[in-house]
Design a protein around this ligand. Structure first.
Ligand code: NDP
Length: 250
């Protein structure tokens, strides 16, 4: 029901922009207490201020999820602030494109660190709290790129494919403990993600062409709404997987 999320404690990574920021706003609108994590402290603080001004309960916790101690501090800080942890949205992510041949190995490490290890650290910190509560919900944001591979996307594909497999295994581990897992796989969403490749004109042009071909792409709010919907379902309902493309995306 519409009150299902009232008073729930929701921790969101990558809440400084795009899907994460929209998700924080959507949970706050639903009456949840939200904890926002990202590296850009000014951004998450401004969003938390905005939400509090609207009467919501929000806290900004500057975090680099690739640093295990920082990820742990985010989860512990959320629990301290609000007295529990009902939902973790593992949303932070990085997309650096380019062929494998001659690829930038530092970009590969960054993607593995954020998209995979950061997600693992936050999950690792959240599980004991959820096990003790005997309830919890972990939402992992993968991508259409976690199911469909393409030349030039290989390492991003690797990280997002990993999140797909991990999420199903995690679901099986949690199901006797009242812990739900939802995998979210967005198609093209209008966010800062595309600008991660701004240094590379060829890739920027390719992204612009893809967008043109799709027509109306998704807004971050479209994904946020789906995440909130999955989390508002009654405890016996587990939405395992949400694959959401813009209608015009092949
Ligand atoms: P944005 O670039 O707008 O958001 C990415 C977020 O991740 C930012 O808030 C950024 O915050 C955060 N982040 C990056 N590195 C770290 C870090 N080390 N520690 C903490 N936070 C970090 O992109 P989107 O909103 O599009 O991306 C959200 C998720 O959606 C990603 O996992 C992405 O792969 C996925 N996705 C996006 C699609 C799209 O078309 N946009 C399609 C499919 C999936 P900061 O820089 O402040 O740390």
């Amino acid at each position: 029901g519409s009150d299902a999320l009232s008073g729930k404690v929701v921790a969101i990574t990558g809440a400084s922009s795009g899907i994460g920021a929209a998700t924080a706003r959507a949970f706050a609108d639903a009456g949840a207490h939200v904890a926002l994590a990202a590296r850009r402290a000014d951004r998450i603080e401004a969003i938390a201020d905005e939400l509090r001004a609207q009467g919501a309960s929000a806290v900004a916790i500057p975090t680099d999820i690739t640093d295990e101690a920082s990820a742990n501090a985010f989860i512990a800080g959320t629990q301290e602030q609000f007295g529990g942890l009902d939902v973790l949205v593992n949303n932070a992510g990085l997309m650096l494109l380019g062929p494998v041949n001659g690829g930038d190995t530092e970009a590969w490490r960054q993607m593995l660190d954020v998209n995979c290890l950061g997600l693992l650290y936050c999950t690792h910190a959240a599980l004991p709290i959820m096990r003790e509560q005997r309830s919890g919900h972990i939402v992992n944001v993968s991508s259409v790129a976690g199911r469909t591979a393409a030349a030039g996307v290989a390492v991003y594909n690797l990280t997002k494919w990993g999140v797909v497999g991990f999420s199903e295994a995690l679901r099986q581990e949690g199901l006797r403990h009242g812990i739900r897992v939802t995998l979210v796989e967005p198609g093209f969403v209008e966010t800062e993600l595309q600008s991660h490749n701004d240094g590379d004109e060829r890739i920027a042009a390719m992204m612009a062409a893809r967008k043109e071909e799709i027509g109306k792409v998704l807004d971050a709010e479209d994904i946020a709404d789906a995440i909130v919907y999955a989390c508002a379902a009654p405890p016996h309902v587990s939405m395992n997987e949400l694959l959401i493309r813009p209608t015009g995306q092949a």
